[in-house]
Design a protein around this ligand. Structure first.
Ligand code: AKB
Length: 320
C-alpha cells in the first residue's frame, strides 16, 4: 500500500488545528506534519509540528523533498477584514503562497493538494439567494479577489499541469477550539465566547444580515470527504460550493437565549457590514452533493447546543 505523508500549511488557524486532528485520525499522527509561522498552541503541541513559511519557496521545496510529502493542505491566508487593512500583503500571501504550493506539486509529483476558496469569491451582483455553482463572480474585497484568482489558478494547474488540486468555497466557519482571526463571519464565533463569559455581545453586523455558515465539524468532514473521493468524481476543478445553514445575528442570538435566557445582543455595524452585504445569503451546493456525496450534519440548533455544552469543558481542560 502506498504510504501517505501529509503536510498542513497554516495549521495554527481556526480550520487548521481541527483539520489536523481529522487527518491524524485518518492517516495516523506519525504521517501528518502540521506547520505554521507561529509556535504551536493547544492540541497541535501533541503531534509533529514545524515552523514553515509558505512564502519562502526554497525552504518549502526542501521541506517537501526532505519529508517525502505526498499531499499538501495549504490553509495559510489573510482573511477578509484583515485583508482590507493590508491589501498588498493579502495578495502576496494568498497568491504567491498558493502558486508556491502548486509549483511544488508539479516538481515533486504530489498526489493531491487541498486549497480553500470562500463565499468571498462572489460579489454584489452575484445572485444572493441559493447562489449557483457557476454564476457571476465580482468580489469587492482583496481577499475575495485572491479567492477568485486562486480558483482559476487551481483550474489551470489541473488542466495544464496535471495537478490533482481540490477546493471548497467555505461559508463562515464556526468552531470553539481556536479564536478566529480577521474574518467578517467571525462574529458568529465570538458571540458564543461572550455569551458564556459576559452574557452580552456587541455585534459588528446589523441584526438581519444573513450569511452562509458552517460548523467546524462539518467543514472538516467536507474537506476530508472531498480529498478522499476518487479523482473521477471531482468534476469541478476550480472550487465547489458547499453549504449547511444560513442565519443572521438576531437568529443566532435567539438560539443562544434558549440556553442562556439573560443573554443580550446589541448592534454597532462597522466596515465589515459592507463586506457582508456583498456576499451571498445562501448557497446552492447540489453539485457537491451529487458529485462526491456531500452531506451536512449540523444546523444552527445542533451547533449552538454543541458549542455551549463543550466550550466551558474545553476551556477548563486547556487552562490547566
Ligand atoms: C471571512 O469572513 O473572511 C471568512 C470567509 C467567509 O471566507 N470566514
Amino acid at each position: 500500500m502506498k504510504k501517505h505523508k501529509i503536510l498542513v500549511i497554516g495549521a495554527g488557524g481556526q480550520l487548521g488545528s481541527e483539520l489536523t486532528q481529522g487527518l491524524w485520525n485518518l492517516y495516523g499522527k506519525e504521517n501528518v506534519i502540521a506547520t505554521d509561522i507561529k509556535d504551536p498552541q493547544g492540541i497541535l503541541t501533541q503531534g509533529n509540528f514545524e515552523i514553515l513559511d509558505v512564502l519562502k519557496q526554497k525552504h518549502l521545496f526542501e521541506f517537501i523533498q526532505k519529508n517525502a510529502i505526498t499531499q499538501v493542505y495549504h490553509l495559510a491566508a489573510v482573511l477578509s477584514a484583515t485583508g482590507e487593512k493590508n491589501p498588498k500583503f493579502a495578495w502576496h500571501l494568498n497568491m504567491d503562497g498558493l502558486i508556491h504550493v502548486l509549483d511544488a506539486a508539479v516538481e515533486f509529483k504530489l498526489d493531491k493538494v487541498y486549497w480553500p476558496s470562500s463565499i468571498a469569491a462572489f460579489g454584489p451582483t452575484t445572485p444572493k439567494k441559493n447562489t449557483p455553482q457557476d454564476t457571476i463572480m465580482d468580489p469587492t474585497t482583496i481577499y475575495g479577489i485572491t479567492k477568485q484568482a486562486g480558483e482559476r489558478w487551481c483550474h489551470w494547474y489541473y488542466h495544464k499541469m496535471g495537478v490533482d488540486v481540490r477546493s471548497l468555497r467555505y461559508p463562515g466557519l464556526i468552531g470553539y477550539k481556536t479564536k478566529p482571526g480577521g474574518g467578517t463571519t467571525d462574529y458568529a464565533v465570538d458571540i458564543y465566547f461572550k455569551a458564556l463569559s459576559d452574557k452580552k455581545f456587541e455585534c459588528f453586523l446589523k441584526p438581519d444580515t444573513y450569511l452562509p455558515m458552517m460548523y467546524m465539524d462539518d467543514a472538516v468532514k467536507a474537506t476530508l470527504d472531498l480529498m478522499e473521493a476518487s479523482s473521477e468524481k471531482i468534476k469541478e476543478r476550480s472550487s465547489y460550493n458547499i453549504s449547511s445553514m444560513s442565519f443572521c445575528p438576531s437568529e443566532i442570538a435567539e438560539e443562544i437565549k434558549k440556553h442562556i435566557p439573560e443573554f443580550e445582543i446589541t448592534y454597532n455595524p462597522d466596515f465589515r457590514q459592507a463586506i457582508a452585504d456583498s456576499w451571498p445569503q445562501s448557497i446552492d451546493d447540489s453539485k457537491a452533493r451529487l458529485d462526491w456525496g456531500w452531506n451536512h450534519r449540523f444546523g444552527l440548533k445542533e451547533m449552538t447546543r454543541e458549542i455551549l455544552t463543550n466550550l466551558p469543558v474545553y476551556e477548563s481542560l486547556t487552562a490547566q
